[in-house]
Design a protein around this ligand. Structure first.
Ligand code: 13P
Ligand code: SF4
Length: 301
């Protein structure tokens, strides 16, 4: 049996399900039962009947799986795969903002640790952030930790006071506006689709700004044939699968998330065999952190 067949057989035997983010390697997306962006995966994790979830992604995703489905075993193929941005805010920054504004809502990007979620009022993903922030009753919003997504929300919801911190995704932050401009010059008919985690100099060059699902949907529905993509290279697998005749260009310094790429078929098989690397959340944080996710799911219906 080859490794993919072994994974499939063991998964069926244990009634396990494999979830994968669009940024993991192609061969992992190929064997997954569900591939999606952070929002789709969190919704799926909350409703699946399977007792075991193998979560092919980084640690905040596994934690979110535990928070939404505490009765399930959530297994992480690589326990060290982590999102650096998920740690980029301190409790002192949150406390200072709560002190300064009486009506403050603390809105955390789902790319944050369970501890950071436990300090917050509601979580959001890049797919629902604008809608949720717009509909909150609060005038003052502390958005943590991604300054780039926060700036994008502030532009879309100008009627609110959005307070930012200094977090960022190193992968999207590193996308070079000069390289995007070079692609635009070389392919003047291409549409430019970028993720809101990109810096302002990149989003200014875009025709469309959206989550990974938004980018894939936009490219699929667009009448254009060529696209310049400003997000992690892993989305190319789904873009090509849905649009075999369209052409996609990425900046020449291909945006690659080292942590997402730590997931391999061997590690997926290993956790299915051993049930090691079970994701968990500190009990003291679980209730408050879980509430931010259930609130997100309610507010984005
Ligand atoms: P989305 O899945 O919300 O598009 O976010 C991208 C990301 O960086 C996940 O780590
Ligand atoms: Fe974190 Fe960026 Fe990697 Fe997403 S792409 S997991 S935000 S480092």
């Amino acid at each position: 049996m080859n490794i993919k067949d072994e994974i499939k057989a063991l998964k069926e035997q244990k009634n396990a399900v494999i979830l994968a983010h669009y940024y993991v390697a192609d061969e992992i997306q190929e064997i997954a039962d569900y591939v999606g962006d952070s929002f789709a995966l969190s919704k799926t994790a909350a409703t699946l009947p399977n007792p075991i979830i193998v979560y092919c992604g980084v640690s905040f995703m596994g934690e979110s799986g535990c928070l939404l489905s505490p009765e399930k075993k959530v297994l992480m193929p690589d326990a060290s795969a982590d999102c650096p941005m998920a740690h980029m805010v301190t409790k002192a920054e949150v406390d200072a903002a709560r002190e300064a504004y009486e009506d403050l809502a603390v809105v955390c990007y789902i790319n944050s640790t369970a501890e950071i979620k436990s300090w917050s009022d509601v979580s959001v993903t890049s797919a629902n952030a604008v809608q949720i922030v717009r509909n909150l009753p609060n005038q003052n919003i502390l958005f943590i930790p991604d300054q780039n997504l926060g700036r994008f929300i502030a532009e879309q919801v100008p009627e609110k006071n959005i307070i930012l911190v200094n977090g960022y995704c190193p992968i999207h932050q590193n996308i070079s506006p000069a390289e995007v401009q070079e692609l635009k010059d070389a392919h003047p008919n291409a549409e430019v689709l970028v993720h809101p985690e990109c810096p302002e100099a990149v989003t200014r060059l875009a025709d469309y700004i959206g989550s990974t699902t938004g980018i894939i949907k936009h490219a699929t529905e667009s009448e254009k044939q060529e696209f310049i993509i400003g997000t992690e290279i892993g989305v190319l697998y789904e873009l090509k699968k849905r649009n075999p005749d369209k052409t996609f260009y990425f900046p020449k310094t291909a945006p690659t998330c080292r942590d997402m790429k730590l997931i391999t078929l061997e590690k997926v098989l290993h956790v299915l065999q051993t049930e090691e690397n079970q994701a968990s959340v500190d009990r003291a944080q679980a209730e408050a952190a879980g509430n931010t996710l259930t609130r997100m799911l309610e507010l984005s219906k």
